[in-house]
Design a protein around this ligand. Structure first.
Ligand SMILES: [Zn+2]
Ligand SMILES: [Zn+2]
Length: 446
């Protein structure tokens, strides 16, 4: 069936399984879930622009104090040391761990500022009902970078550091830690306040619609006359990976008309790129776990410890909860991501129609947990600057830190390159043969 532009303007597709749906609006505070795979397709927020503007202004005001004021002071044997977020980059850099230093700089300092600034500019312009050409590009960059800003992981790193050092040193908290906690809470609230669909629609239409509460409406599935499933790809529509707009592939469109992102029916070379990244992370997982990640110099005598040594230390000292957090973030999460992605890659081969919803859920879980592996790196970043008492005792990063960062980055990129719609494509294909003659109708049943 051929579409004219008016037809697909009223359609949307699930970004995870490509199921074609009629556009519907959820009431404010509610989400529309895909009836096939359970993915959240849209979440409505009332007054999204004003909330985003207020939260981004508060976040920007909090940013500099959070980065520059000292977080805490540690005192031990008459020595004392305090540190802010920026300081925690320098030990990595001074000891030649440039990659680790660069990753901490991007994830804890630069990307959070870029996200706050871009939301501030976008929401201010939308609030003023001004629509300069760069708004769509800026919002696209925000969505690309969102996953890579990790202030909340850093905050957990601060808590782990406090518990780790609490028994052997006196810790006093400085203003910076309250500002940083405020910044993290504002960043979380900001991400929740942004109504992506409403922002995109407003940027595209160049006029503000009313996003007041609407009546509850379930997602309406588009299906063929024989009751079969219809995906966007079957109808020659490709969905933008970033803004989720549908565009016809037969018009020769190479870029999304709304945000400028390159258009593909599926991520190009998704399987081979993801395999390459999963293999890279598997190779580097061994040195990341077997080599020492931290070096403690005590009275000039260095002692090195691996990730596992650090976890055993917590268990031996009775800090089971924090030991379990580090074990989960540093050992279980990377292994789960690698094993999970391998299962997903193997099961996209022909005749794998089993456990589709479970595999889709596993992919979303892998996406969610990816960034929390950076926890141990942030803990070492803080310890290296807080415990720096000259010849008496000091803590530094060791070679596994670099390998560990490579594992975290390559698994995060693997999640981006993997196209979850490939999970569902095999089971969509039986209907594909008949789709040329299918009549598109609407109904509430998938
Ligand atoms: Zn879906
Ligand atoms: Zn787009």
């Amino acid at each position: 069936m051929q579409f004219d532009p008016k037809d697909f303007d009223h359609l949307t597709a699930c970004p995870d399984c490509d199921l074609l749906l009629q556009k519907t609006e959820a009431p404010a505070g509610h989400s529309i879930l895909c009836p096939r795979c359970g993915k959240t397709i849209s979440r409505r927020n009332s007054d999204s622009i004003r909330k985003a503007l207020a939260l981004s202004i508060a976040g920007l005001l909090m940013y500099l104090p959070a980065m520059l004021l000292p977080l805490m002071t540690m005192e031990s044997f008459g020595f004392s040391d305090s540190a802010n977020i920026i300081d925690s980059l320098f030990d990595f850099y001074n000891n030649g761990y440039y990659l680790v230093s660069f990753m901490v700089l991007l994830s804890a300092v630069i990307f959070p500022l870029m996200l706050l600034s871009s939301v501030f500019i976008i929401s201010l312009q939308l609030y003023r009902q001004k629509y300069p050409w760069y708004l769509a590009r800026l919002f696209r960059s925000y969505l690309h970078l969102e996953e890579w800003a990790m202030v909340e992981v850093y905050l957990l790193g601060i808590m782990v550091t406090v518990i780790k050092m609490g028994s052997s040193t006196d810790i006093s908290y400085n203003t910076g830690i309250f500002c940083f906690t405020g910044l993290v809470l504002l960043t979380i609230a900001l991400a929740a306040a942004i109504d992506r669909d409403f922002f995109w629609q407003t940027i595209e239409d160049k006029k503000q619609k009313n996003n007041a509460p609407v009546a509850a409406q379930p997602p309406v599935v588009v299906h063929a006359s024989d009751g079969g499933i219809v995906t966007a790809a079957m109808q020659g529509l490709s969905q933008c990976h970033i803004c989720h707009k549908l565009s016809p592939t037969n018009h020769g469109t190479k870029k999304c008309p709304r945000c400028g992102e390159p258009l593909h029916l599926r991520h190009p070379s998704s399987i081979s790129k993801t395999w390459a990244l999963v293999l890279t992370s598997t190779i580097f997982l061994a040195p990341a776990n077997l080599l020492p990640i931290m070096r403690v110099d005590f009275l000039g005598v260095p002692s090195r410890s691996t990730i596992m040594d650090g976890i055993i230390y917590f268990f031996q000292h009775g800090s089971y909860f924090i030991g379990l957090i580090i074990f989960t973030a540093s050992v279980l999460v990377p292994i789960f991501k690698i094993v999970g992605l391998t299962i997903l890659l193997l099961s996209t081969r022909p005749c794998s129609n089993r456990l589709l919803r479970q595999r889709a859920k596993m992919f979303r879980f892998i996406t969610f947990i990816g960034r929390w592996s950076m926890l141990d790196i942030f803990v070492i970043a803080l310890l290296s600057v807080l415990v720096n008492f000259g010849f008496f005792t000091s803590i530094h990063a060791a070679p596994a830190a670099t390998y560990f960062c490579i594992v975290v980055a390559s698994t995060m990129f693997a999640v981006i390159t993997f196209d979850p719609r490939l999970i569902w494509d095999r089971c969509s294909q039986p209907q594909q043969a008949g789709s040329k003659n299918s009549r598109i109708t609407s109904g509430n049943n998938p």
